[in-house]
Design a protein around this ligand. Sequence first.
Ligand SMILES: [Zn+2]
Ligand SMILES: [Zn+2]
Length: 407
Amino acid sequence: MNEFLPHFEDGRVKLLIVVCQCFKADRMIRIDLLQCWAARDTSGYLSPFHFTRRENEADDVTLKILYCGVCHTDLHTIKNEWGVTNYPVVPGHEIVGVVTKVGSNVTKFMKGDRVGVGVMVDSCKECECCQHDMENHCPQHIFTYNSPHKGTTTRGGYSDFVVVHQRYVLHFPYNLPLDAGAPLLCAGITVHSPMMYYGMTEPGKHFGVAGLGGLGHVAIKFGKAFGLKVTVISSSPSKESEAIDVLGADSFLLSSDPEKMKAATGTMDYIIDTISAVHPLGPLLDLLKVNGKLAFVALPGDPLQLPVFPLVGRRKFIGGSYFGGIKETQDMLDFCGKHNITANIELIKMDEINTAVERLSKADVKYRFVIDIQNPYPRVTFRRSFFQHFHVSTLLSQVSQYFVDVE
Ligand SMILES: [Zn+2]
Ligand SMILES: [Zn+2]
């Protein structure tokens, strides 16, 4: 077999060895190895990888992943920019798919349900946060990937399937497309949660969206659905027509134009700040009216300077927000179903992920990459009887071209 090995990605070699071992042992072959893509080091380069998911237990839902969004957190994690990455890391926490198996205690889901999994897959279930639908703030919450969990490390949605406790699985609205809906699981809840919690929802109020990327473009849609007047605040003049004509914002404010910023002083009731780069806060705070509110949802790498005068003198408020609890995430999805809200996406194949990551790092995406997990490349299913008619060299040549599912 050695002469063939250099022709395969390492993951496929492992799979092939398992196939051959099972074949040799004359057993029915049931393989739970799954195809996924992982980053192995700080280069951030992703390549095929195989591992075995944990077993489906009584409270678990197994879902076949159909689509997975590509979030900025994926980018930070694969390059270990926050210093916490355990390699190999399989990113992805904007997961949508179909339930293929439920444990004996599962009551919320049935086989065939369209479901989503977002940023977390477990928490302690007992603390004050967990008991009040704020699992996202549980000190022991488990991220969907790169978190130690049950003796292993969680691995995310750049993969064929995932096993998740039913509490952390969401019903996906029947009327929304799964691909464009995937980013709601992180980008959607990240902007929806602070809008709800801080009361940025009163119809007719003026809502500023600072930064127009994956988060900002969804914030525009929520703002319009709540009946707000939405203004995009951006330093890129090229985004004006996109914000208004494509995404439905009411107006555009060029933050690099001091005259326009001055003219807009004290005109906004709420601002959601989605800018992940270090940026001055004074100009944004100046835009708020008395009692105005600003919520941060991005994570600049360095501390921002906070001018206190406008807060004290005009009773302005600043807060932060960190994705969302399970109940509010379900509420957000239901709201999106009712108002037909999805993300604007660029659908990619799994093997285009490295180009997508490169483009994402340059903010070159409108507005979210979503991976078509179910169609990474031509896929064929071989049954064992099929193998019996072929010499192993034929099998090897097939595997060199296709991923093989065996059952
Ligand atoms: Zn995310
Ligand atoms: Zn807890």
